[in-house]
Design a protein around this ligand. Sequence first.
Ligand code: NAD
Length: 493
Amino acid sequence: VEHLANYIDGLAVPAKGGGTIEVFEPATGRAYALLPDSGAGDVEAAIDAAERAFPAWSGASVETRSRCLLRLADLIDQHADELARAESIDTGKPIALARAVDIPRSAANLRFFATAILHTQTACHEFDGSGTPGGERALNFTLRRPRGVAGLISPWNLPLYLLTWKIAPAITTGNTCVCKPSEVTPATASMLGGLCTLAGLPAGVLNIVHGRGDGAGAALVTSPRVPTVSFTGSTRVGQWIAREAGPKLKRLSLELGGKNAAMVFADADMPATLDTLARASFTNSGQICLCASRILVHESRFEQVLEGLVERAKAWRAGDPLEPSTRHGAVASRAHLEKIDAAVKAARGLGAKVHCGGGVIGADELPSRCRGGWFFAPTVLSGLDAACSVEQEEIFGPVVSVSPFRDEAEAVARANSTGYGLASMVYTQDLARAHRVAARMQSGLVWVNCWLVRDLRTPFGGMKQSGLGREGGTDALHFFTEPSNVCIRVDQF
Ligand code: NAD
């Protein structure tokens, strides 16, 4: 059994208390590694290291910081095969997906912010005078300074991808950080520490503390020495963090759950739309916060979409995630498998029709290595009422419901009828309709005739119960910096 370590002050270290947590391979159901079960003492040590590293790192030139991150990105590329394999073993996701998406995107996150910082104005100058009571002429400029130690907390669905998405803007802008990766999928984060050392990142700039959410995670969130917290995970934990951090006036970015609707209008391009819907529903076993969960279809196309989706779901076959041809892997944990199964059972209880899938994939349908694994069949449901729990609550598995609508107003109302507001999708050939519907979506992201097309410069995040704040581009650079305006009277010199 492999022993994973924390990375504190540039060194691989175990938890002070010596405790460990078992890490499982979802495709086999077997424990394959032990993780430090860190507590407040380990988090304090990491914060100490981050505080010590802060003056030199924040004072380093942007070129120095940029070069460090670019070297780290190159190292991720050089170790892409190992990292993709580790990500696949740890999460249960197909290795082809880890190779094509998770690992290249992790390097891209670092390069994006490492170069953005070279081209971003850190101060903006302007003359003023006519508007002031005494007619004083003054020069205003705005310093944007790093905020100190940032706490970065990430979930299990896209481990290295989402962690680097936070690390890159945090440290290029001169902050130092303490990361708390998901205890369910710690493997690639634990490899990242060694790569940081190889990249020449000074000790203490980036620290990784493994452990449970209510242990290491909570200690990081509540520490008065961590003024900035960037969290991606469930709405339930996000709400708890907001409650804890609110009175301390911490700056928070919360990327939370979703219940994303895809609206298919009568004029949608077929069969391209069906192919996109299948990817949006079943990629990564539906464990992407941006996956489609509710497919709303104009009544004239309802049967066609239902049949087309079921046909594609049946072809979305499970296999060993480490086989390069596998498209459908395992889900992240036994507990998550049970949660998905309970949601589908609840749907049946509510009178839903199950058109395909509908349960855990049996051992006899899996390759021998994976007989003990946690696989859920791609599932298509219909007949659910918009207000029922299954249509309102996130499932985060390979499960979608299909429901008909009569007109645009009904589609928009139903799409917006949950407490969440992360992403929505519109499929139509009518450009006026696309604009009209997009402008009425209560979601932070709207995709028209596509899904998961991402430009890292654009604001990323959700509204309502899907979160607070935006990541990406300028939003992320602003989140991790504190503006301070300096006004100098110039007509007296
Ligand atoms: P989770 O909320 O259970 O855990 C996320 C992280 O928070 C983990 O590292 C966990 O250890 C930590 N944590 C748990 N309790 C904590 C506490 N009290 N204090 C501090 N940290 C704590 O989420 P998960 O199950 O790992 O991830 C799945 C969820 O993430 C889904 O709801 C999904 O929609 C969401 N998600 C959202 C986005 C987005 O960008 N909006 C992206 C990916 C995943």
